[in-house]
Structure formats: C-alpha cells, structure tokens
Write a new protein. Structure first.
Length: 574
C-alpha cells in the first residue's frame, strides 16, 4: 500500500493526541514506547476475544500480532485490547449457559467503551466463539468507525477409530452412553480425540455460520473466514486486514456504508444456503438494530424460505468448514448464489469493492461435492425455516437441513426448565411421538435464553432424534439436529402461549408451510391465562439480572438498548 499522510482533523483520536492541552495524554502514549510519529498517526483498536477458556479463542492473540504488523506497515498505530467471551461448548448443559447471550451484549458494550474512552479511529476485531462474532460486529456498526472483522478460524476435525468426529459427536456420545450404546472406555477415548487443535467448532454451528455471515455481509475480507485456526495462512489474512483498515480510514468507508438492508439479506441467504445455525435469526436482527434497520425474525425467515440449501455441511450433512475452505471457501458458495440471482452483487465490502467485483474471478470448482450449484441444490428451500402460529405469534425457528420429515404432530410434555427435561431424557422417561416443551428459558425468563444442545444431542444419541420433537422459548446450538424448534415467542416469562400449554395438548409443526399450532382455542388460552403468574427467575442482582431487566424479544434479536434509531450521533462523528 502506498504511504499516506492522514489528516486527523476529523478523526476521534485528535481528542487525545493533538494540541498543547493533550500533552498529558501524549505522555501516557510515550510511556508505552510510542514515537511522536506513531502518536500522530491514526490509532487503530485491535480488539481480541482471546482467552484460555476454550480452543475457539486460544489462537487470537497470535493473530492479533499479525494484524498489528499490517496496521503499522500502512502508517497506522495499532492499540491492542481484549474483551470477554463465554464459550458455549463449556457453558452448555448447566447454569453457565445463562451467561452466553448476555456475553454478546457485554462484548459489544466493552468494545464500545474501550474505543470511546481512548478515542481510537478504527477497529479490527478478532473473534472465535459463538456470541463473540455477532458481539464484535454489533460493536462495529454501533461505533461506525472503519472496521474489519476477522474470524479466528475453525478447529480441525478429530478422528475416532478412523472416522472424523466433531464436538457434536461428543454431545451425542453422552446420549449413547446413557442407553448403554457406548462404554465408559469408548466415551473416555472419544473425548480425548474429538477436538485436536485450536479453533471454533468445525461444522456449520453458530461460530462458522456467523463467520460465513461476516464475508457475505461485507465486513470480512474474502476467504478469511474459512481458513482453519491452525493454518498459517490466517496470519496473511490478518496482516492484510491490518493494511486494509488504513485504506478504509483514508477513504472514510464505514460499517453502515456496508451493512445495509441488502447486505443483511445477503447474510440471511448464506445462512440458509449453508444449513447454518438458527442462532443467526437472533444475531442478524441484533446487528440490524445497531444500524437502525428494521430486520426481524420474520424478515430473516422470508429469505430462508426462498433460498436453496446447497452446502453439505455438518450437522445435517457430511463436511466441516475446513472442507469447504479447501474446495473454494465461502466465495465459492457466494459465487453460485450470485450467479443464480440469490445475492445482491452491488453491496459494498471492506475491500472497497462490491460483492460482485470481489467474486468476479471466482470460478466454479466441479471437482468437489461440498457445495452444490444453486440451480441443482440439495433441497429447494433453505436449511433453516421460520414458523408462526397460535403457539408462536412472534415466530419460531427450526433447522431442517438433514431432516427426513418436515411435519410432526404429537401431545405436549411440558417442562419448566432444561434440567427437568434433560433428567427425563437421561432416564428415557418420554414416549416416541411426544413433543417435549421446555419453557421459561427465553431471554427474560431464563434469564439468558440458554441453548439446549445437551438435551437434543442426548435424544439423538438415544436414537430418538426423529421420533420426538422439542420446542422451547430458549435457543438451540448450531450443533443441534432433529426436529427442534427454538425462539418460540412471546416467551413464557411474559405470558406467551407457550406458558399456558398443558401436558397432552396436541401440537402440530409443519416446516413446509411454516406453521406451529396447538389444538387449543383462543378462548381456552384466555381462560388458562387467568391463573398464570410471572415466575421469579432466581436472579436478584448481578449481570444476568441486569440483562433480564433490559432485554427485548427474540423476534427483534434479544437486544438491550434502543439501537441506531435511538442514537443522536455515532461515535465516529464525535
């Protein structure tokens, strides 16, 4: 990149580096070894979700160093900082999962506060685990300074007796073990080989789904989201991002120039086409909310309905993220969608070029079967479907990728928290044909809208994945498979219909027509509601209590502040 001289007159960092009054501020910067030239260059925040909680994040610190080299090479001054993550694989199946969704808001808030407090001019954000990806992107569009997103990369698949395995197989192994289909020794062996490297869960679970979104929405460099964490090429992507962020500063290209309504539609398209996580239907409205764009669950579901399912990825398919990267990456997926009219090619990206321009030289790879041509899909409708009906007036969501049947009718079996349902499943205390209902697990009622992977994986491991259905006002992991419906709204905690279900009520789910109904009349629901009272969540203080006080419905992304519509000016314009 050509050397540039940047005018700081309109950049946020002028408030801490320019003029005689800022001599005390500059003294702090000198104390950290910066030169006069570095102090008067644009200051670029390099935000990392590094921690030692899980393999998802463990490589981010190394990658951040490559970003910093790129920033410095392009006449910027990088300033590294970290924020939190809660790793769902470890938080799963116990009260720790109540922290997960709330962490998305804390990530966005903490990045915002760090950027505001230190007046950084741009941000390169690195994230690895489920909520950290949307949390980082939310911060970018909220701040609206030039931004580039970097995914830390996926984990490599493990090998168990010659068969590739992922953490999905681990959770399902618990179900097999519970019914005697797997020995203690086998369980001990598989847990030691399932996760062999750094990186986020390898299949099209939430992390890889939102990584795919990052390229499609235009906030990540092409190909950067597909490379696994251990691959050395990740450092090249990171250095390139560091250099490119300075180009965005020079051209004043901001996230809200990139994240438009069309870009959000592109993001929803790649989720459906890749059989991605239902959690995207929560995170895309949340990102839109930060921009002041109305884009809720029903908008996402409408795009899902018209998008073909073309990427044969786990948990519904055969392959993992590494496999798609090696046959052409996310650009290969996007190219066939663009060629057949499913993407808006005129959307701007962080390359400074449009989607169509980025994909112009991408050629179809006929020597692979990971991604199908968009005109010859695995199925004609997307891998994720939205539902609506008298049980979910505010909508619900189901992943249908890999499902053999898309319709289910059965009597309800109600549980008022995940633990109660998991205990029943562990004891095989349920009947084939039932619809298991887990309620009071929504954003406000949980609090925190827990994922139910431990329960759904146990069902699958017991061989009941297609014999029962499960619905909840909570969420499902991207690793969930089977007939599992999440995000049922309004949630039980605010008196939604799911709160008034009773054992034996007959529920019908039709993922072809997009319907979820229960054979209970409006009059009967109204009568039952007379006896209903809100429940105590069990939290009277602390971060989870605070989240519950402010969180809104899942339909709009379970957000906690007014968003772009409520702001008076963005941070970028201070």
């Amino acid at each position: 990149m050509d050397a540039k001289v940047f005018d700081k007159a309109k950049l946020p960092s002028r408030h801490v580096t320019e003029g005689p009054a800022r001599a005390p501020h500059r003294s702090y910067l000198y104390a950290m070894g910066l030169t006069k030239a570095q102090i008067h260059q644009p200051l670029v925040g390099v935000a990392s979700c590094w921690n030692e909680a899980a393999p998802c994040n463990i490589s981010l610190m190394r990658q951040a160093q490559a970003v910093k080299k790129g920033v410095a090479a392009a006449n910027g001054t990088p300033r590294e900082f970290c924020t939190i993550t809660v790793t769902d694989g470890i938080a799963m199946g116990h009260e720790g999962m109540k922290s997960s969704l709330a962490s998305r808001e804390v990530i966005a808030d903490s990045v915002e506060l760090t950027m505001r407090g230190h007046c950084y001019d741009a941000i390169v954000g690195l994230a690895g685990c489920d909520k950290s990806l949307p949390g980082m992107m939310m911060a970018m569009v909220r701040l609206n300074v030039p931004s580039i997103f970097i995914y830390g990369g996926s984990i490599l698949p493990g090998s168990f007796r010659g068969q590739p395995v992922t953490v999905q197989d681990m959770f399902e192994a618990v179900g097999k073990h519970s019914v005697g289909a797997m020995s203690d020794e086998d369980l001990d062996e598989i847990e030691q080989v399932a996760c062999p490297s750094a990186g986020a869960c390898g299949a099209q679970f939430t992390a890889n789904t939102m990584a795919t979104v990052s390229e499609a929405i235009g906030l990540a460099l092409p190909y950067s989201a597909g490379a696994p964490a251990p691959y050395e090429i990740r450092d090249k992507f990171c250095a390139a991002a560091g250099e490119q962020i300075m180009e965005l500063v020079a051209r004043n290209i901001r996230p809200r120039d990139i994240v438009t309504r069309k870009a959000l539609e592109n993001a929803a398209t790649v989720v459906a086409a890749s059989g991605g996580s239902t959690n995207a239907a929560l995170h895309l409205p949340a990102i839109a909310h930060e921009c002041g764009i109305e884009f809720d669950l029903f908008d996402v579901a409408e795009i899902f309905k018209r998008t073909p399912y073309i990427a044969d990825l786990k948990p519904g398919g055969k392959y993992v993220a590494k496999d798609m990267f090696e046959v052409g990456g996310i650009p290969l997926l996007m190219k066939t969608l663009l060629d057949h009219g499913y993407l808006h090619g005129d959307c701007l990206t962080v390359t400074g070029r449009t989607i169509a321009e980025n994909l112009e030289k991408v050629r179809w790879n006929p020597e692979q079967d990971v991604v199908y041509p968009a005109d010859k899909p695995i199925t004609r409708t997307g891998g994720v479907v939205g539902l609506k009906g008298n049980l979910a007036p505010d909508g619900a969501i189901v992943k249908v990728a890999g499902l053999k049947t898309l319709k289910f009718t059965g009597p309800a079996r109600c549980f008022d928290n995940e633990e109660a349902c998991f205990e029943a499943v562990s004891k095989r205390d349920y009947k084939d044909g039932e619809v298991l209902v887990i309620r009071y697990e929504g954003p406000k009622g949980g609090p925190g809208m827990r994922e139910m992977l431990a329960t759904t994986a146990a069902l699958y491991g017991q061989g009941a994945g297609d014999k029962v259905a499960l619905i909840t006002d909570g969420r499902f992991s991207g690793a969930t498979r089977g007939f599992c419906i999440g995000h049922v709204g309004p949630e039980a905690a605010v008196g939604g219909p799911i709160a008034h279900l009773r054992d034996g009520d007959v529920i019908t789910i039709d993922a072809v027509e997009g319907v979820i109904e229960v054979a209970v009349s409006d009059e009967e629901f109204a009568e039952r509601a007379k006896d209903w009272k809100p429940r105590d969540s069990g939290f009277g203080s602390g971060a989870i209590w605070k989240f519950a006080q402010g969180v809104g419905p899942a339909r709009f992304g379970a957000v906690t502040h007014p968003g772009g519509k409520g702001e008076r000016r963005t941070y970028a314009d201070v």
